[in-house]
Design a protein around this ligand. Sequence first.
Ligand code: HEC
Ligand code: HEC
Length: 174
Amino acid sequence: MRKIYILASIALSLSAGGLKVEPVTDREMVQACEKCHFVYQAEFLPERSWERLFTEQNLKNHFGDEVKLSSSLREKFLDYYLNNASDSKDTKYRRKINRSIPLNSTPIRVSRVPYIHSKHEDLPKEMFLDNPKVGSYSKCNSCHDAKKGIYDEDEVHVPGWDKGFFTGWHRIDD
Ligand code: HEC
Ligand code: HEC
């Protein structure tokens, strides 16, 4: 009995230590990004990426949109992102993200970070692109409780799709 209990608590603590990243909670910051999408967490990209995303010039053309920020809010974002980026601290999860990014590249999409990309590349594309409730690999919060920073594979809910023990991921009406 005792052994089972110990094993169970090890398993639990391993999964609990899984894919939870620190959510952004500052109201001013949340509101600024949530006009368009949830606020991506700092540890998904290295410092050089956040610097690139937040230059005044790049904010004027942010994936085809303009992000309007006061200079104090822009500074606040930069300060936060640089202090929490994937290469700002040596934590287990940051290390995984950071090691996957070649040093000579400066990704501006979390979805294209090799570690994140590798988690989705074997899943059916229709789950993302042709899914009317998703539409893009960037919409983490369609399937993950991303605003809270929860990306654990056991807590994924894909709209219109289900995961069977034997069948794997399939459309609900299949
Ligand atoms: C005016 C709308 C708008 C605002 C405001 C906005 N974004 Fe975006 N953002 C976009 C669009 C559009 C995309 C591309 C989404 C896609 O390809 O599906 C994007 C994508 C991103 C991506 C890449 C996502 C990926 O992994 O593919 C990051 C990172 C990002 N935004 C950060 C931010 C941050 C941080 C803020 C808040 C300061 C912000 N954005 C505010 C429109 C906006
Ligand atoms: C269409 C739904 C969908 C979208 C959008 C999506 N994911 Fe996922 N994600 C999944 C599924 C499904 C899995 C794998 C679960 C499994 O193995 O059964 C997964 C796995 C992951 C994992 C690995 C979890 C683990 O426990 O190992 C991470 C990390 C992750 N996604 C992060 C992201 C991030 C960051 C974004 C946005 C840039 C994103 N995902 C967008 C569906 C999605």
